[in-house]
Design a protein. Sequence first.
Lengths: 273, 273
Amino acid sequence: MTSNELFEQIKKKESFLCIGLDTDIRKIPQSLLDTTDPVFNFNKEIIDATHDLTIAYKPNLAFYESLGVNGWNSLEKTVNYIRYNHPEIFIIADAKRGDIGNTSNLYARAFFDAMNFDAVTVAPYMGEDSVKPFLTYIDKWVILLALTSNKGASDFQYMSENEEKLYERVIKKSSNWGNCENIMYVVGATKATMLADIRKIIPEHFLLVPGIGAQGGSLEEVAKNGMNRKCGLLVNSSREIIYAGSDNDFAKKARESAINRQKEMAMLLKKHL
Amino acid sequence: MTSNELFEQIKKKESFLCIGLDTDIRKIPQSLLDTTDPVFNFNKEIIDATHDLTIAYKPNLAFYESLGVNGWNSLEKTVNYIRYNHPEIFIIADAKRGDIGNTSNLYARAFFDAMNFDAVTVAPYMGEDSVKPFLTYIDKWVILLALTSNKGASDFQYMSENEEKLYERVIKKSSNWGNCENIMYVVGATKATMLADIRKIIPEHFLLVPGIGAQGGSLEEVAKNGMNRKCGLLVNSSREIIYAGSDNDFAKKARESAINRQKEMAMLLKKHL
């Protein structure tokens, strides 16, 4: 998928929402637990209820891996279900992978060939040769961790040499490894004011912004500081939407929650675009 | 497994070898490709041929994930096979995971509960809360990336603030999150002289050292600079051993290659311990 195709979808749906399919078997309504594939069935209902409101879905791999082989089955079925029924939707493997070159190559194959994701999140610690194998696929994306939304972000990401912070170095260096058609960056919403500074380094790149909702970031601040002329933002919400309800009406509640976000986003698009 | 149990095994086998089960379906002998589970059958033969020479096995997850659900099946069978037949052997999930706290928690569950690995490699970029969930398991280990053996290591790991490099900060900070009974560090053999400096920061911790063999590091240099009074080293070799042969005698060739390494290690243990 190209950045223009993403932007077209954003304009059409008046949304820049990404829904995190962080599907925790312990939080699935009882009625689904008796089915043969509770995780997939949960995802399917969430997708059916929200696909017209969201630009992207982002399963976090940890939730699937923790279930072993069954989890991988549920994940594959989820990706295929989205792909088949809603081919316009961008699908992100939130995997935070990264290894030496020949090994990253295999991760790329796992997510882009075996599973047909559009994008995969990658950790930058091991540098260029750990990222580049993901960039050789046409119309596929690396979403590189830059400034994360968690508390531990301050342990290393703010380290500074010659007034350049580690996350800034990650962005500057890596933006030369690819371009704004194959690299996006993770920038946490909890650091919205830093978004404006990051925009000075990479005005055109898409940013994937976690940390709205459960983690406390403000959507308005993110839009104000981070939006560019093609929106350039995918703002993720996971728990706030998929666990809006905990009973049999969970999909209805998820839709209501997603509608609230989408309305807010429609307004912000009108204001800032 | 405790560090003393590891050390007992090292003394008994006169080896500090870790064999990387980076099993690539494209490199498996033709005769195995016709079996129902070529990857597991390859691993089984390698394990049968080398278990008395090695302290640890380290499957790199990328090789299994690239095969989807089948790959996870092969991986689970491999771990169970080692666990059942050679309970003394340390099993490392080379996964390089790391995510926000509640998500890392699930990765820990995936590797320590669902799969019964002894250790998992973790990437430090996201800081303390991304690492700590792995440290709550008794007798299980985090192996944190510090100084990797690839070319891209120099992109960010050498960044320096107040004469402290990023990889040094990673080691110093994280050594307070756990202790030398639940954290090891990845330190590439291609930087053997830096091992001596790292030993000044963490004299007691075990180090997992990749980069011997195919990547060009010297085992003698590693032992000289990195060994402590309990050995404190697990030196990994993957391709050099498991692909020593490419025909039906691959297991025999792998054993010969592992014996060469083990003999060299026996000599180095005698010299430095």
